[in-house]
Ligand binder design. Structure first.
Ligand code: ATP
Ligand code: MG
Length: 432
């Protein structure tokens, strides 16, 4: 793949590499996702090059390479294009050997473009593109848009026009080789707005339970990508329809309308908010918020199921708890508590869930917060007092420092103490 911030630089780098391979007498094409996306009129930033040159030969032809996956026929080539350094993944045409761990082929055999297309998962992902073809040779509008000639061994161009996800070859066999392909099918269908071909969909449903054999890490990675994309609600519907929600989350299957997921913001910086939205949809707790114990159990279960990081599972739990505070406890909370919540790391994420489940509540919360912001004290002023100040004022260090400082800060947030003297005064009364 070619990684670059800008699509033009990525394409230029990949084309430069392709030209060099051709000049050296090799066959070389763009391959996989970049071809699919270019034909759809999207502007890919990741280009893969496939060639009949072996990894050793690729390393010879280019100055700066890294043989990260030479055993699988993959070499990274670094190219400089207009001041930008682009890394392109150049892979030798190959046929995959048997899959004994349903993840990676045991070995690969360097092979022809036909066989390389046949090892790929879906027909729309198995197309090659020749960007050096003469403009006169470009026959279809899609080829002209993508500025390249399509080399199609799997009838993928027709599926791309028909907007269909179809397994290359026998769907049952292809799934048995690697069950993660089920989630890839859902991701591409949702992201591109394509249908899944009935024979492929049938195989996905039949083999859904076998997804449990795939490593939780790979499942989690794929699900993150699904949930971070704006098409997430549709993807979740597909997961449910195909019976994949249960093996993905290692819990009972559910058929629920993903109403909260549909309402959250399109772009999400992290996976906590979409996971929280999905949790509310699945548990039917959108109105009431989830209870503490349920939040603990669910975030532990999903953490294991999706191989979430500590940060991700903590974020999920905090956002769900925050949603519960904001929907159930906001109006009865003290000003100090409201200010603390409003400045918490979870507040933005929880607010998204509140807006999705009870937009009126969010409006009134937002109004209260604006009032707090302009009360002359603010939401999170610097504390008037810290532990050193307490020691300076003659207190001896003790475990009750934190409680005292918390109480003094609450008083500060509510305007009950206005300067450091008043703060120390209050600390004296509290420090018993
Ligand atoms: P994306 O835009 O998500 O990167 P992509 O199609 O480029 O989409 P990659 O995961 O980058 O997807 O893989 C590149 C190509 O490798 C795919 O287009 C497909 O041809 C092939 N491929 C990737 N994963 C698999 C798999 N699990 N089984 C078969 N082929 C795969
Ligand atoms: Mg890719």
């Amino acid at each position: 793949m070619a990684r670059a911030a800008n699509p033009a630089a990525a394409r230029a780098a990949a084309t430069q590499i392709l030209r060099r391979l051709r000049e050296a007498g090799h066959t070389a094409y763009f391959a996989g996702g970049c071809v699919r996306d270019a034909l759809l009129g999207l502007r890919p930033t990741d280009y893969d090059v496939a060639t009949d040159a072996t990894p050793a030969r690729i390393s010879q032809l280019f100055n700066r390479t890294a043989e990260v996956g030479a055993a699988f026929g993959v070499v990274l080539v670094h190219e400089q294009v207009g001041g930008e350094r682009v890394t392109v993944e150049v892979a030798t045409f190959r046929a995959d050997g048997p899959y004994s761990d349903a993840r990676r082929p045991d070995h690969v055999v360097f092979s022809s473009p036909q066989e390389d297309a046949a090892r790929r998962d879906f027909t729309i992902n198995a197309l090659f593109l020749d960007p050096l073809a003469e403009p006169d040779d470009l026959a279809t509008p899609a080829e002209r848009a993508a500025e390249g000639r399509i080399i199609d061994h799997v009838n993928g161009a027709a599926d791309l026009s028909a907007r269909l996800i179809r397994a290359v070859g026998d769907p049952d066999k292809r799934l048995a080789e690697d069950h993660l392909r089920a989630l890839r099918a859902v991701r591409f269908a949702a992201r591109l707005g394509f249908a899944i071909d009935p024979a492929t969909a049938g195989a996905l449903t039949r083999h859904a339970a076998e997804l449990r054999g795939v490593s939780r890490e790979r499942i989690g990675d794929e699900l993150r990508r699904i949930l971070l994309h704006p098409s997430r609600a549709h993807a979740v519907e597909l997961l449910q329809q195909l019976g994949l929600d249960a093996p993905v989350l290692t819990e009972a299957a559910r058929r629920v309308e993903p109403a909260v997921l549909r309402q959250i913001e399109h772009m999400q910086p992290s996976v906590g908010v979409p996971l929280g939205a999905w949790a509310l949809d699945r548990t039917g707790a959108a109105g009431s918020g989830l209870g503490d114990e349920d939040i603990g159990a669910l975030s532990r279960r999903w953490r294991a199921a999706l191989c979430l990081s500590n940060e991700e599972s903590a974020e999920l739990a905090a956002i769900l708890r925050g949603h519960q505070y904001l929907t159930r406890a906001w109006s009865a909370a003290t000003v100090a508590r409201q200010k603390r919540w409003a400045s918490s790391s979870w507040f933005a994420g929880s607010s998204q869930l509140v807006r999705a489940t009870d937009s009126q509540a969010l409006i009134s919360i937002t109004q209260t917060i604006s009032k707090h912001k302009s009360d002359g004290i603010g939401l999170n002023p610097a504390p008037l007092l810290d532990g050193n100040d307490l020691i300076g004022a003659g207190f001896s260090p003790s475990p009750s420092f934190k409680r005292v400082l918390d109480d003094v800060y609450d008083a500060q947030l509510e305007g009950r103490v206005r300067d450091q003297n008043e703060a120390v005064e209050l600390a004296r009364r509290l420090y018993v």
